[in-house]
Design a binder for this molecule. Sequence first.
Ligand code: BDR
Ligand code: CA
Length: 311
Amino acid sequence: SRKIIIDTDPGQDDAFAILLALGSPELEVVGVTAVAGNVPVSKTEWNARRVLELGGRQDIRVAPGCSRPMVKSLFTAEYVHGDSGLEGCDLPEPSMPALDIHAIDFLIDRLMAEPEGEITLCPLGPLTNIAMAMVKEPRILGRIREIVLMGGGYFEGGNTTPAAEFNIFVDPHAAHVVFTSGVPLTMVPIDCTYKALMTPAWLEELRALGTRTAREAAGMASFYQEYGNQKFGTDSYPLHDPCVIGYLLRPDLFQGRACHVEIETTSPTTLGMTVVDWWNVTKRPTNCHVLRDLDNPAFYALMLERIGRLP
Ligand code: BDR
Ligand code: CA
């Protein structure tokens, strides 16, 4: 099975990503690192542990990470995820304490302990922990198999400013470090995740699975969907972060192309924009596989089947 570390700021859609990974024997989650993003890091690390508890995987440990972005001040998203970051459900108290080691050092230690190309990183929030680990110990660059991250958006604009998606907007400087690192990158931007619309019918199927995990997951999904429904006047809202895990499991369900991507770090108007050279007009070497499309019914069928395996 493929070893992954999930770096996350749960977040209802982060929770779905974690649960999808837990239900998938193709993946071995060697650890979870928490970062400040949707809510402050004290809450994201707690939420990450509660989600692992729900999934029955107290053996997977959580390392708390950075409390704010590298340069900017922290911008959070309680307006989407609620005060706790995981409103809409009633999760068990975690039986495992957080690790005593900082996420940056956890990432470095695990990557240096494994042979080259063994661990895939799955960032689902701002890239602060990943970039800080790269700055602290550049030898990890050669160790990482690949980074598959949720973030960015180019073709349809941003979801947090007209130009920027939330994860990249929160810490554009960290994103710059990661996108210039030379590590193989796949980015799942909102252009792709907005095709992962969760329909009310699917939510009913999820609830009907009847397990505790499915019930709580459905609760958090309805809370999260309510925000989308009010904002857009629709009945379906995308689960962004599980697309990262979905891509690892079934790359055939996704389409994209290799591009040069640059992060805007100076312009006040477009700060955090992911500038994707889709048409290769600059002829610069590609640094990122940019996904743009996915097979929605197959993706949601996979989620249902995998989350259904959890207690
Ligand atoms: C991203 O922002 C967060 O609110 C979600 O968890 C997701 O990672 C989508 O823009
Ligand atoms: Ca997230």
